[in-house]
Design a protein around this ligand. Structure first.
Ligand SMILES: Nc1ncnc2c1ncn2[C@@H]1O[C@H](COP(=O)(O)OP(=O)(O)OP(=O)(O)O)[C@@H](O)[C@H]1O
Ligand SMILES: [Mg+2]
Length: 268
Protein backbone atom coordinates (compact mmCIF):
# COMPACT_ATOMS: atom_id res chain seq x y z
CA UNK A 1 0.00 0.00 0.00
CA UNK A 2 1.74 3.08 -1.20
CA UNK A 3 -0.83 5.52 -2.44
CA UNK A 4 -3.72 6.36 -0.19
CA UNK A 5 -6.40 8.96 -0.69
CA UNK A 6 -8.63 9.96 2.21
CA UNK A 7 -12.02 11.50 1.72
CA UNK A 8 -15.38 11.90 3.45
CA UNK A 9 -17.74 14.65 4.42
CA UNK A 10 -16.70 17.72 6.40
CA UNK A 11 -15.42 17.22 9.92
CA UNK A 12 -15.47 13.41 10.02
CA UNK A 13 -11.76 13.11 10.76
CA UNK A 14 -10.04 12.84 7.36
CA UNK A 15 -7.14 15.06 8.36
CA UNK A 16 -6.73 13.39 11.73
CA UNK A 17 -6.56 9.94 10.11
CA UNK A 18 -4.19 11.13 7.38
CA UNK A 19 -1.80 12.57 9.96
CA UNK A 20 -1.64 9.42 12.03
CA UNK A 21 -1.18 7.15 9.01
CA UNK A 22 1.67 9.41 7.86
CA UNK A 23 3.46 8.96 11.19
CA UNK A 24 2.90 5.22 11.22
CA UNK A 25 4.48 4.79 7.79
CA UNK A 26 7.33 7.13 8.71
CA UNK A 27 7.92 5.07 11.84
CA UNK A 28 8.30 2.01 9.60
CA UNK A 29 11.19 3.82 7.95
CA UNK A 30 9.21 4.63 4.82
CA UNK A 31 9.52 7.96 3.05
CA UNK A 32 6.20 9.70 3.38
CA UNK A 33 4.69 12.50 1.38
CA UNK A 34 1.55 13.94 2.91
CA UNK A 35 -0.55 15.98 0.55
CA UNK A 36 -3.03 18.51 1.77
CA UNK A 37 -5.55 18.66 -1.04
CA UNK A 38 -8.30 20.19 1.06
CA UNK A 39 -8.82 23.93 0.72
CA UNK A 40 -9.46 24.24 4.44
CA UNK A 41 -5.94 23.05 4.94
CA UNK A 42 -5.00 21.97 8.42
CA UNK A 43 -3.00 18.83 7.90
CA UNK A 44 0.12 20.68 9.08
CA UNK A 45 -1.59 21.25 12.41
CA UNK A 46 -2.64 17.62 12.88
CA UNK A 47 0.89 16.58 11.98
CA UNK A 48 2.21 18.93 14.65
CA UNK A 49 4.32 20.96 12.22
CA UNK A 50 5.78 24.01 13.97
CA UNK A 51 3.64 26.99 12.87
CA UNK A 52 6.58 28.85 11.31
CA UNK A 53 7.40 25.83 9.18
CA UNK A 54 3.76 25.30 8.19
CA UNK A 55 3.49 28.94 7.12
CA UNK A 56 6.32 28.48 4.67
CA UNK A 57 4.38 25.92 2.64
CA UNK A 58 2.52 27.85 -0.05
CA UNK A 59 -0.30 26.00 -1.78
CA UNK A 60 0.72 25.21 -5.34
CA UNK A 61 -2.52 26.66 -6.76
CA UNK A 62 -1.50 30.04 -5.33
CA UNK A 63 1.94 30.14 -6.92
CA UNK A 64 1.15 32.37 -9.85
CA UNK A 65 4.71 32.69 -11.12
CA UNK A 66 5.24 28.96 -11.01
CA UNK A 67 1.96 28.30 -12.83
CA UNK A 68 2.93 30.81 -15.50
CA UNK A 69 6.44 29.48 -15.83
CA UNK A 70 5.28 25.87 -16.19
CA UNK A 71 2.12 26.18 -18.23
CA UNK A 72 2.86 29.29 -20.26
CA UNK A 73 -0.33 30.99 -19.12
CA UNK A 74 -1.46 33.13 -16.23
CA UNK A 75 -3.69 31.53 -13.59
CA UNK A 76 -7.32 32.36 -14.14
CA UNK A 77 -7.01 32.23 -17.89
CA UNK A 78 -9.87 30.18 -19.20
CA UNK A 79 -9.52 28.74 -22.64
CA UNK A 80 -6.60 29.97 -24.68
CA UNK A 81 -3.35 28.11 -24.98
CA UNK A 82 -1.37 26.53 -22.19
CA UNK A 83 0.71 23.43 -21.71
CA UNK A 84 -1.31 20.43 -20.57
CA UNK A 85 1.79 18.52 -19.56
CA UNK A 86 3.88 20.99 -17.60
CA UNK A 87 7.04 19.92 -15.85
CA UNK A 88 6.25 19.03 -12.25
CA UNK A 89 8.84 16.51 -11.07
CA UNK A 90 10.83 19.08 -9.09
CA UNK A 91 7.77 20.54 -7.34
CA UNK A 92 7.28 18.00 -4.52
CA UNK A 93 10.75 18.45 -3.10
CA UNK A 94 11.05 22.18 -3.73
CA UNK A 95 7.76 23.33 -2.35
CA UNK A 96 7.15 20.98 0.53
CA UNK A 97 8.49 21.12 4.07
CA UNK A 98 9.68 18.21 6.16
CA UNK A 99 9.11 17.51 9.80
CA UNK A 100 9.99 14.26 11.60
CA UNK A 101 10.39 12.36 8.36
CA UNK A 102 7.13 13.52 6.80
CA UNK A 103 7.12 15.84 3.81
CA UNK A 104 4.06 18.01 3.48
CA UNK A 105 2.83 19.57 0.27
CA UNK A 106 -0.23 21.75 -0.10
CA UNK A 107 -2.22 21.81 -3.32
CA UNK A 108 -4.66 24.60 -2.55
CA UNK A 109 -7.80 25.28 -4.53
CA UNK A 110 -8.62 26.47 -7.96
CA UNK A 111 -10.96 29.37 -7.30
CA UNK A 112 -12.30 30.08 -10.75
CA UNK A 113 -14.64 27.93 -12.71
CA UNK A 114 -14.87 25.03 -10.32
CA UNK A 115 -13.23 21.67 -10.41
CA UNK A 116 -13.51 20.84 -14.04
CA UNK A 117 -12.20 24.18 -15.25
CA UNK A 118 -9.85 24.13 -18.14
CA UNK A 119 -7.34 26.58 -16.77
CA UNK A 120 -3.59 26.58 -16.28
CA UNK A 121 -3.63 26.11 -12.51
CA UNK A 122 -5.77 23.02 -12.91
CA UNK A 123 -3.49 21.66 -15.60
CA UNK A 124 -0.55 22.05 -13.23
CA UNK A 125 -2.36 20.42 -10.30
CA UNK A 126 -3.52 17.54 -12.49
CA UNK A 127 -0.03 16.94 -13.79
CA UNK A 128 1.37 17.18 -10.29
CA UNK A 129 -1.08 14.69 -8.79
CA UNK A 130 -0.44 12.29 -11.65
CA UNK A 131 3.27 12.56 -10.98
CA UNK A 132 2.82 12.09 -7.23
CA UNK A 133 0.77 8.95 -7.72
CA UNK A 134 2.57 7.41 -10.66
CA UNK A 135 6.08 8.78 -10.65
CA UNK A 136 7.24 8.56 -7.06
CA UNK A 137 7.97 5.54 -4.94
CA UNK A 138 7.33 6.85 -1.44
CA UNK A 139 4.14 6.46 0.53
CA UNK A 140 1.72 9.16 -0.59
CA UNK A 141 -1.19 10.11 1.64
CA UNK A 142 -3.68 12.57 0.20
CA UNK A 143 -6.07 14.41 2.48
CA UNK A 144 -8.96 15.42 0.25
CA UNK A 145 -12.37 17.01 0.33
CA UNK A 146 -15.50 14.90 -0.02
CA UNK A 147 -15.27 13.54 -3.53
CA UNK A 148 -12.51 12.58 -5.90
CA UNK A 149 -11.39 16.04 -6.92
CA UNK A 150 -7.79 16.03 -8.16
CA UNK A 151 -8.13 12.45 -9.33
CA UNK A 152 -8.94 11.37 -12.83
CA UNK A 153 -8.93 8.30 -15.02
CA UNK A 154 -5.19 8.49 -15.41
CA UNK A 155 -4.54 8.44 -11.68
CA UNK A 156 -7.41 6.31 -10.42
CA UNK A 157 -5.54 3.09 -11.11
CA UNK A 158 -2.59 4.27 -9.06
CA UNK A 159 -4.64 4.81 -5.92
CA UNK A 160 -4.27 1.70 -3.82
CA UNK A 161 -7.11 2.67 -1.53
CA UNK A 162 -9.64 5.45 -1.45
CA UNK A 163 -10.60 5.64 2.20
CA UNK A 164 -13.95 7.18 3.02
CA UNK A 165 -14.12 8.28 6.64
CA UNK A 166 -17.58 8.11 8.18
CA UNK A 167 -18.94 8.92 11.63
CA UNK A 168 -21.89 7.51 13.51
CA UNK A 169 -25.30 8.72 12.50
CA UNK A 170 -28.22 7.65 10.44
CA UNK A 171 -26.85 9.15 7.27
CA UNK A 172 -23.28 8.14 7.96
CA UNK A 173 -22.81 6.17 4.79
CA UNK A 174 -24.64 8.61 2.51
CA UNK A 175 -21.50 10.46 1.49
CA UNK A 176 -19.70 7.17 1.10
CA UNK A 177 -22.25 6.16 -1.52
CA UNK A 178 -21.83 9.35 -3.41
CA UNK A 179 -18.07 9.05 -3.32
CA UNK A 180 -18.16 5.43 -4.41
CA UNK A 181 -20.21 6.48 -7.43
CA UNK A 182 -17.84 9.31 -8.31
CA UNK A 183 -14.87 7.00 -7.87
CA UNK A 184 -16.54 4.38 -10.06
CA UNK A 185 -16.94 6.97 -12.81
CA UNK A 186 -13.17 7.32 -13.08
CA UNK A 187 -12.55 3.60 -12.75
CA UNK A 188 -11.49 3.63 -9.11
CA UNK A 189 -12.99 0.59 -7.43
CA UNK A 190 -10.79 0.23 -4.36
CA UNK A 191 -13.03 2.18 -2.04
CA UNK A 192 -13.05 1.39 1.69
CA UNK A 193 -14.63 2.82 4.78
CA UNK A 194 -13.04 3.78 8.10
CA UNK A 195 -15.51 4.54 10.86
CA UNK A 196 -14.39 7.32 13.20
CA UNK A 197 -15.66 8.85 16.45
CA UNK A 198 -17.09 5.58 17.70
CA UNK A 199 -18.52 6.14 21.18
CA UNK A 200 -19.65 2.65 22.02
CA UNK A 201 -20.56 -0.78 20.74
CA UNK A 202 -23.86 0.55 19.50
CA UNK A 203 -22.16 2.95 17.09
CA UNK A 204 -20.01 0.14 15.84
CA UNK A 205 -22.86 -2.30 15.38
CA UNK A 206 -24.79 0.34 13.51
CA UNK A 207 -21.99 1.04 11.03
CA UNK A 208 -21.31 -2.67 10.71
CA UNK A 209 -24.85 -3.51 9.73
CA UNK A 210 -25.18 -0.57 7.35
CA UNK A 211 -21.90 -1.37 5.69
CA UNK A 212 -22.80 -5.01 5.32
CA UNK A 213 -26.15 -4.16 3.80
CA UNK A 214 -24.60 -1.76 1.33
CA UNK A 215 -21.50 -3.66 0.42
CA UNK A 216 -18.85 -1.50 2.02
CA UNK A 217 -15.72 -3.00 3.46
CA UNK A 218 -14.87 -1.37 6.79
CA UNK A 219 -11.14 -1.25 7.44
CA UNK A 220 -11.46 -0.23 11.05
CA UNK A 221 -13.27 1.56 13.82
CA UNK A 222 -11.60 4.52 15.53
CA UNK A 223 -12.73 5.62 18.97
CA UNK A 224 -14.12 9.03 19.84
CA UNK A 225 -11.18 10.23 21.88
CA UNK A 226 -11.00 13.51 23.80
CA UNK A 227 -7.22 13.47 23.39
CA UNK A 228 -7.66 13.95 19.66
CA UNK A 229 -9.55 17.17 20.30
CA UNK A 230 -7.04 18.20 22.93
CA UNK A 231 -4.24 17.89 20.36
CA UNK A 232 -6.08 20.46 18.24
CA UNK A 233 -5.84 22.95 21.07
CA UNK A 234 -2.25 22.35 22.01
CA UNK A 235 -0.86 22.04 18.49
CA UNK A 236 0.59 18.64 19.34
CA UNK A 237 0.62 15.95 16.69
CA UNK A 238 -2.40 13.68 17.15
CA UNK A 239 0.09 10.85 16.84
CA UNK A 240 1.78 11.94 20.08
CA UNK A 241 -1.30 13.01 21.97
CA UNK A 242 -3.75 10.17 21.47
CA UNK A 243 -2.14 6.73 21.87
CA UNK A 244 -5.40 4.81 21.99
CA UNK A 245 -6.57 6.39 18.77
CA UNK A 246 -3.18 5.65 17.21
CA UNK A 247 -3.51 1.97 18.12
CA UNK A 248 -6.83 1.81 16.31
CA UNK A 249 -5.26 3.44 13.22
CA UNK A 250 -2.48 0.85 13.36
CA UNK A 251 -5.14 -1.80 12.89
CA UNK A 252 -6.45 0.06 9.87
CA UNK A 253 -2.93 0.13 8.47
CA UNK A 254 -2.59 -3.59 9.02
CA UNK A 255 -5.84 -4.19 7.22
CA UNK A 256 -4.62 -2.03 4.36
CA UNK A 257 -1.56 -4.19 4.05
CA UNK A 258 -3.65 -7.31 3.61
CA UNK A 259 -5.36 -5.78 0.58
CA UNK A 260 -3.57 -6.50 -2.62
CA UNK A 261 -2.69 -3.28 -4.44
CA UNK A 262 -2.40 -4.99 -7.79
CA UNK A 263 -5.67 -6.80 -7.42
CA UNK A 264 -7.46 -6.59 -10.72
CA UNK A 265 -10.88 -5.09 -10.39
CA UNK A 266 -12.93 -5.60 -13.47
CA UNK A 267 -14.72 -2.75 -15.18
CA UNK A 268 -18.45 -3.17 -14.99
N1 LIG B 1 -11.74 10.13 16.93
C1 LIG B 1 -11.97 11.38 17.28
N2 LIG B 1 -12.37 11.69 18.52
C2 LIG B 1 -12.63 12.95 18.88
N3 LIG B 1 -12.52 13.99 18.06
C3 LIG B 1 -12.13 13.77 16.80
C4 LIG B 1 -11.83 12.45 16.34
N4 LIG B 1 -11.47 12.54 15.04
C5 LIG B 1 -11.52 13.84 14.71
N5 LIG B 1 -11.92 14.58 15.76
C6 LIG B 1 -12.11 16.03 15.80
O1 LIG B 1 -13.09 16.38 14.86
C7 LIG B 1 -12.74 17.57 14.21
C8 LIG B 1 -12.61 17.31 12.71
O2 LIG B 1 -11.53 16.44 12.49
P1 LIG B 1 -10.66 16.57 11.17
O3 LIG B 1 -10.19 17.94 10.99
O4 LIG B 1 -9.67 15.47 11.18
O5 LIG B 1 -11.80 16.25 10.12
P2 LIG B 1 -11.82 16.54 8.57
O6 LIG B 1 -12.70 15.49 8.00
O7 LIG B 1 -10.44 16.63 8.04
O8 LIG B 1 -12.52 17.95 8.55
P3 LIG B 1 -12.58 18.99 7.33
O9 LIG B 1 -13.68 18.49 6.47
O10 LIG B 1 -12.90 20.26 8.02
O11 LIG B 1 -11.25 18.98 6.67
C9 LIG B 1 -11.45 18.05 14.83
O12 LIG B 1 -11.74 18.97 15.83
C10 LIG B 1 -10.87 16.79 15.42
O13 LIG B 1 -10.06 17.05 16.53
MG1 LIG C 1 -9.50 18.15 6.96
Amino acid sequence: MNKLAITGKGGVGKTTLASVLAYLYARDGRRVLAIDADPAANLALSLGFPPELAERITPIAEMEDLIYERTGAKPGTVGGWFRLNPRVDDIPDRFSAEHRGIRLLRLGTVKQGGSGCLCPENALLRALVTHLLLGRDEVVIMDMEAGVEHLGRATAQAVDALIVVVEPGRRSLGTAHLIRDLAGDIGLRRVYVVANKMRDERDRAFIESQARAEGFEVLGYLPADPRVIEADFTGQAVFDAAPEFVRAVEEVKQRLETLSPSEEVSES
